[in-house]
Design a binder for this molecule. Structure first.
Ligand code: CU
Ligand code: ZN
Length: 179
């Protein structure tokens, strides 16, 4: 009996030792996380401006926005499919960033565009701050945010179809990688 238990233990130990070395090569240790920024510029005659930063985290991408020059209240806030702010009304940025061909929605809805961030909410001074981690965003692959546009809208995104009825585009920026 005793001999049998001993040999079982030895068998376990030897089978465990072989695959160990490759598993310990963890790429997350000490590796710099991706970062990007979009500087938001106003439309001609407008005054809405700000900055949005994107920081890679384990759970997704942390989005931090500081925007000023807004009217108090809610303003639709999205990633749009093209990083092109050349048109005066910013229609050059195209539609909402939607690599999964989903319907428009709130970021907390089961279905929404990848670029649906909901709303910024400006205080009485016209300043809005926003910070949230979005699990579905990425710095590479089909969900990559790099080179896409960021738009702040005139009105509230009411999450209706097809794009939330948020009105004109007040500020635009292109998401660019930063060191
Ligand atoms: Cu938008
Ligand atoms: Zn949308």
């Amino acid at each position: 009996m005793v001999a049998g238990v001993l040999s079982l233990g030895l068998g376990c130990a030897s089978s465990k030792s072989s695959p160990a070395s490759n598993e310990s090569a963890n790429p997350s240790t000490g590796k710099a996380r991706a970062k990007a920024v979009a500087v938001l510029s106003p439309a001609p005659n407008g005054k809405v401006k700000g900055q949005v930063t994107f920081q890679e985290e384990t759970e997704g991408v942390r989005v931090t926005a500081n925007v000023e020059g807004l009217t108090p209240g809610k303003h639709g806030f999205h990633i749009h499919e093209k990083g092109d702010c050349s048109a005066p009304d910013f229609t050059s940025a195209g539609g909402h960033f939607n690599p999964t061909n989903s319907k428009h929605g709130s970021p907390t809805d089961p279905e929404h565009h990848a670029g649906d961030f909901g709303n910024l909410e400006a205080n009485e001074q016209g300043v809005a701050r926003f910070e949230r981690v979005f699990t579905w965003l990425s710095f590479k692959g089909t969900n990559s945010i790099l080179g896409k546009g960021v738009i702040v809208h005139e009105k509230t995104d009411d999450f209706s179809q097809p794009t939330g009825n948020a009105g004109g585009r007040l500020a635009c920026g292109v998401i660019q990688s930063t060191p």
